[in-house]
Design a binder for this molecule. Sequence first.
Ligand code: UDP
Length: 468
Amino acid sequence: MAKTTHIAIVSSPGFSHLVPIIEFTKRLVKLHPNFHVTCIVPSLGSTPESSKAYLKTLPSNIDSIFLPPISKENVPQGAYAGLLIQLTITLSLPSIYEALKSLSSKFPLTALVADTFAFPTLEFAKEFNALSYFYTPCSAMVLSLALHMSKLDEEVSGEYKDLTEPIKLQGCVPLLGVDLPAPTQNRSSEAYKSFLERAKAIATADGIIINTFLEMESGAIRALEEYENGKIRLYPVGPITQKGSRDEVDESGKCLSWLDKQPPCSVLYVSFGSGGTLSQNQINELASGLELSGQRFLWVLRAPSNSVNAAYLEAEKEDPLKFLPSGFLERTKEKGLVVPSWAPQVQVLSHNSVGGFLSHCGWNSTLESVQEGVPIITWPLFAEQRMNAVMLTDGLKVALRTKFNEDGIVEKEEIARVIKCLMEGEEGKGMRERMMNLKDFSANALKDGSSTQTLSQLARHWENSSQV
Ligand code: UDP
């Protein structure tokens, strides 16, 4: 029997950072059963229900270690989500170290794989004789920006949003300063310093595993492979997304049974990720825009907040439905369904009644939409979502962009216009066709194409390293 190769991974708090790295390990052990993975899971406050339910489904060759949660009192109230995640990792470093020490006393660790926010843990790899890898749950375009960030920081004075010329990253569509990730928009902020520090650390790992695939981002991936004469070992292994079965995720069965009753390709799915939130004013405009468009919709609604990521690390306390305009549910009951807080997104997107996705363009949502061939209306809120929106609209031409007014609001007329254009216009038809092509490419990459070959190459490298 082949010798077991042991890998440790460190995830970050937040559902959309936990899932992709664990899905990666599931895929690794499925294709290469001689691997054993231990996931070290830090958390801020108590672990969210969505994450707990998800972690119950791991196969026997993946173990998880839950670290003592970091108390919310030890982090600044209301700080940017990325900063809170980073602080949680910093405060968890002693327990991560202890977990690694205990593991390596039981078996030799071949590699340590850390989520991007968990980059400080890679320093431990050497001590335990393990190779070090980043797992980035973002696009190759975002990785490319991260690798150029120090240079941009040196060359640009003032704020990036005031740049008059677009930034040109090799192999990527041009990018306006205003579309750079949220933490870079205020260069004197702690979030920016933390972003820069993380960006610098990336090039120091033995390799970077990235959740994208060659056919979707060939320009950016090829450019990264050539970066500083091949300084970086890049492993595009995506799209890696959660699966879940129909019974498992939609406990009430509400979304899917409602979709069963709708005509094919007729429903717009509206969702802002695992924690995106809108203001009350914006909820009102979105409700009116959906009504005005006359299209069918399935809307995952959260209670309003003036912070765009209020629900990212916090469970919702209020019933979101009470924040809808009066009479909205009654007026739209023939055309729409509003569900509070959460829907089984992967199952929803794969339902044949769904014809479009109004999305905040988180990278997981983007990949899930690509895998199901569903064209997108982009409504970025935070993190690197504006960059993803630029790639989807200007680069791949599989999405339409919503226009925000001067107050940062998308008005009802604009919402109705863009929905009609995607769901029934010629432009939408072209986008759907291009998205279907991308869907085929993504399936091939995972079947026996580029991403599966890359993963096997990495697994072989780890197996060989574990035998020396
Ligand atoms: N998700 C879900 N149901 C919801 C909202 C989100 O299953 O109602 C899942 C979605 O399928 C995706 C993840 O949560 O896998 C959101 O990740 P993404 O990167 O798109 O956004 P983030 O949560 O980081 O803003």
